[in-house]
Design a protein around this ligand. Structure first.
Ligand SMILES: Cc1cc2nc3c(=O)[nH]c(=O)nc-3n(C[C@H](O)[C@H](O)[C@H](O)COP(=O)(O)O)c2cc1C
Length: 214
């Protein structure tokens, strides 16, 4: 059992990465091997609309044909059992690089022919961990639910189950006193970091374990 983990945050050791690492520990407890890839270490673009993945008579490998540093990752995804993604919310959506990555992964496997809309031949269980600054109570009015549901639907085109985890009200800076950020209540943020974030980490652990036990 192999789980591929994609960190869509530019920060390699903060909220998103921490949760992904807990999920990797959970995966290890289920006997799986996992590999972590930081998207921001790669040099790649989003879908360029060449339609090579839809062309009649194509030799389709399941992989987007664009030849940049994402290609190797997309090839690895073809042979993994579990794919776990993590992204902070940036300006109301996943990060730009995570979006570009999903365009390349999902559009290549999206069928314009079949009723089930998938031309992926394998079966990959998927998970998505979202991190964000807004408090949990604001999510309903934020429009983010549409993003969580839409990405879940797209990831289900890889023929497995898909689930997601939300970690809200994250602690954004190392030290709030060093930044102009008076809109945030640092006492509240510290409390969430000490009480809620560890619970989110535990949920991430269980998610990794669950995904690798399916
Ligand atoms: C460019 C940028 C835009 C952001 N936009 C949002 C936003 O729209 N909504 C939100 O809840 N948090 C927003 N945040 C906060 C991050 O989502 C949050 O701090 C997250 O935990 C960062 O993840 P990381 O620690 O893994 O980098 C933004 C942060 C940055 C840097």
């Amino acid at each position: 059992m192999e789980m591929l983990v994609i960190n869509g945050s530019p920060r390699k050791d903060r909220n998103t990465a921490a949760l992904l690492k807990y999920a990797m520990d959970g995966a290890a407890a289920a006997g799986a091997v996992s590999n972590l890839i930081h998207l921001y270490e790669l040099d790649f673009k989003g879908c360029c609309s060449c339609f090579a993945c839809k062309k009649k008579g194509r030799k389709f490998s399941g992989c987007c044909v664009m030849n940049d540093s994402l290609r190797d990752v997309l090839e690895k995804i073809q042979v993994c059992d579990v794919l776990l993604l993590g992204s902070p919310i940036y300006l109301g959506n996943i990060t730009g690089l995570m979006k570009s990555f999903l365009e390349r992964l999902i559009f290549a496997n999206l069928s314009y022919d079949s009723k089930d809309r998938s031309q992926f031949t394998g079966c990959i269980q998927t998970g998505f961990i979202y991190t964000m600054g807004i408090p949990h109570d604001f999510i309903n009015d934020s429009g983010y639910q549409y993003i969580f549901d839409t990405n879940k639907r797209y990831l289900e085109l890889l023929n497995g189950k898909s689930e997601y985890l939300i970690s809200a009200d994250n602690y954004q800076f190392d030290d709030y006193s060093k930044y102009d950020a008076s809109n945030f209540d640092v006492v509240h943020k510290s409390l969430i970091r000490e009480t809620q974030f560890p619970l989110d980490c535990q949920k991430a652990y269980e998610m990794g374990e669950r995904l690798c036990s399916l």
